[in-house]
Design a protein. Structure first.
Lengths: 341, 104
C-alpha cells in the first residue's frame, strides 16, 4: 500500500509539472481509470466529438475522459461532461470570446432532467457551492477541458484579468420541486430527457429580500440590484440569469406568476438612465459602441435586457431563505444540448 | 505544457494540440495587383460590432492614401473550422491583402 501511495504522489506531482491541473490536486489519468471512465465507449476513444476554440484542440472522447478522471468524476457522470463539451463547442456559445476575454466570465453548467437525479446532483442547500461530488467534479471536468483541450490557460490564450472562483468549477442543477418546468423543458426538451445548458457567466451575486412576501417586492429588490453600471449586461443587454431560492419561487408562483411574467417585470423595472451609462463602464471603449447610448435622451430609462426573453429563471437552493442569485453574463447566449445516456 | 516526463508518459494525456499563438507573417507582395483588399472582422465578440469600426477606420485611411484600392468585407471563419494557415492561403488567392481586426 505504501508503494502505491508514493506512486500516486509522484503522478499527482507530474500532473502539476505538466501544466495539466487547475492548481488543485488531480486524480492521475492512468489508462485503467480512463478506460473505466469511457466504459462502453472505449472502442471509440479516438473519436473527435468537438473542436474547442480558442485553440482549436480536438476533443477526443479519450481526452475528455482523461480530464473527467483528473477532475474526480465517476463514470456515471461522463455523459454529462461529453454533452457539456459539445455545448461549449457550439458556435452560438462563442467560446472563442468567452475563453479569451479579459473579463471574468466562465462557463456555468446547468444540468436538467433525470440524469441529474440519477447521479445525485445537488439542487438544494448550497447548490452553487461545495459539498456534492457530481456538481463539483462535472463542473471541474468542463473547466479542465477548457484549459487542456481548448488551450484556455490564464496568461496564454485566456486573457482574463481577474477571473472568478467558478473557473475551478461552476455547475448546479435545479430544485426537484420547482414550481415551474426546468430550463431544458422551456427550451423544448421533454421532462424525461436530460440536457445541459452552458452560459458565459460572472460570479453569482446573492440578493436577500425577506421583508415583504409578494412578487412585486421580491422582484423590485432584484431589479434594483441588477440595474447597475459596470456590467456587460448594461451595455450588451444580453442574457441575465436568476437562481431563485425555493422561498422566492414559492412567493412568486403562488401569486400565479410564470417565468415569462418575471421576465416582463424585470424588463420593465431593471433599467438605467441613459445619461448615467455615458462615460461609465464600457462606454467609449470603442467608437462603434451601441448607438442607443448616445441617441437616447439623458433621462431615458434603458432596460438592461433587450427583451424580456433574455431573462433566464431557474430555481435551486435550500428550503429556507429569501435569496436569489443574480448571474450577469458576457453578453452572449446560453446553449442547451441533450445528454445521450 | 510539459508532457514528456517518465511519469506523465505512463498517464493518458488530457491535452490537445492547439494552434500556435504566434505566426510568422506572410511575405509582402511588391505591389497590389488590382485584386481587392479584404477587411476581416475577427473580433472575439462580433456582436459588439467593434471590429467593423476598426475596419471603417482602416478602409478610410487606406482609401485616402490609395484611392484606386477596392475593398471587400469578409466574414471570419465560423467556429474553429480550418486551421488559420489554410484559411490564409485560400484568402491569398483572392485578395491582394488582408486587414484583420482582432481582439476582445
Amino acid at each position: 500500500v505504501r508503494v502505491e501511495v508514493e506512486d500516486t504522489d509522484t503522478e499527482i506531482q507530474a500532473c502539476y509539472e505538466a501544466g495539466w491541473t487547475d492548481g488543485l490536486p488531480v486524480i492521475p489519468p492512468t489508462r485503467s481509470r480512463v478506460d473505466a471512465m469511457l466504459g462502453r465507449l472505449v472502442s471509440e476513444a479516438a473519436d473527435v466529438i468537438a473542436v474547442l476554440p480558442p485553440g482549436g484542440g480536438e476533443a477526443t472522447l479519450e481526452r475528455v475522459a482523461a480530464n473527467a478522471v483528473m477532475a474526480g468524476c465517476l463514470p456515471s457522470y461522463f455523459p454529462v461532461v461529453v454533452a457539456a463539451v459539445r455545448a461549449v463547442a457550439d458556435p452560438e456559445f462563442n467560446a472563442e470570446g468567452l475563453l479569451t476575454t479579459v473579463h471574468s466570465a466562465s462557463p456555468l453548467l446547468l444540468v436538467n432532467g433525470p440524469i441529474s437525479r440519477a447521479i445525485g446532483m445537488n439542487g438544494e442547500a448550497g447548490a452553487l457551492g461545495a459539498g456534492n461530488r457530481a456538481n463539483a467534479t462535472i463542473g471541474r471536468a468542463l473547466q479542465l477541458c477548457c484549459r487542456n483541450i481548448a488551450g484556455a490557460r490564464p496568461g496564454e490564450l485566456d486573457a482574463t484579468t481577474l477571473a472568478h472562483p467558478g473557473k475551478y468549477s461552476y455547475c448546479f442543477t435545479e430544485h426537484p420541486h420547482s414550481p415551474w418546468p426546468e430550463l431544458a423543458v422551456d427550451r423544448g426538451f421533454r421532462p424525461e430527457e436530460s440536457a445541459v445548458t452552458v452560459y458565459g457567466a460572472d460570479a453569482p451575486l446573492c440578493i436577500v429580500e425577506m421583508g415583504r412576501p409578494d412578487p412585486e417586492s421580491v422582484l423590485t429588490t432584484i431589479a434594483a440590484a441588477v440595474a447597475i453600471p459596470g456590467t456587460y449586461n448594461a451595455y450588451f443587454r444580453g442574457e441575465l440569469w436568476l437562481v431563485l431560492s425555493p422561498d422566492h419561487a414559492e412567493i412568486i408562483s403562488s401569486h400565479g406568476w410564470s417565468k415569462a411574467d418575471i421576465g416582463r417585470f424585470m424588463f420593465e423595472h431593471a433599467q438605467l438612465r441613459a445619461g448615467f451609462l455615458r462615460n461609465r463602464g464600457l462606454y467609449g471603449y470603442h467608437r462603434n459602441q451601441p448607438a442607443w447610448v448616445d441617441e437616447a435622451e439623458p433621462d431615458e430609462m434603458i432596460p438592461i435586457m433587450d427583451s424580456p426573453e433574455r431573462l433566464v429563471v431557474t430555481v435551486s437552493g435550500g428550503g429556507f431563505g429569501g435569496y436569489t442569485a443574480v448571474i450577469f453574463g458576457l453578453g452572449g447566449f446560453s446553449v442547451t444540448k441533450r445528454v445521450d445516456t | 505544457v510539459r508532457s514528456g516526463s517518465p511519469t506523465t508518459r505512463r498517464l493518458v494525456s488530457p491535452v490537445a494540440d492547439t494552434h500556435a499563438t504566434w505566426r510568422v507573417a506572410a511575405a509582402r507582395p511588391p505591389a497590389l495587383d488590382g485584386r481587392p483588399v479584404a477587411l476581416v472582422d475577427a473580433m472575439q465578440n462580433p456582436r459588439g460590432l467593434w471590429g467593423q469600426g476598426i475596419l471603417d477606420t482602416a478602409e478610410q485611411t487606406l482609401g485616402t492614401a490609395c484611392p484606386s484600392l477596392k475593398f471587400e468585407r469578409v466574414d471570419r471563419p465560423v467556429g474553429s473550422g480550418a486551421p488559420a494557415e489554410i484559411w490564409a492561403a485560400s484568402m491569398a488567392d483572392r485578395y491582394a491583402a488582408l486587414v484583420i481586426a482582432a481582439g476582445d
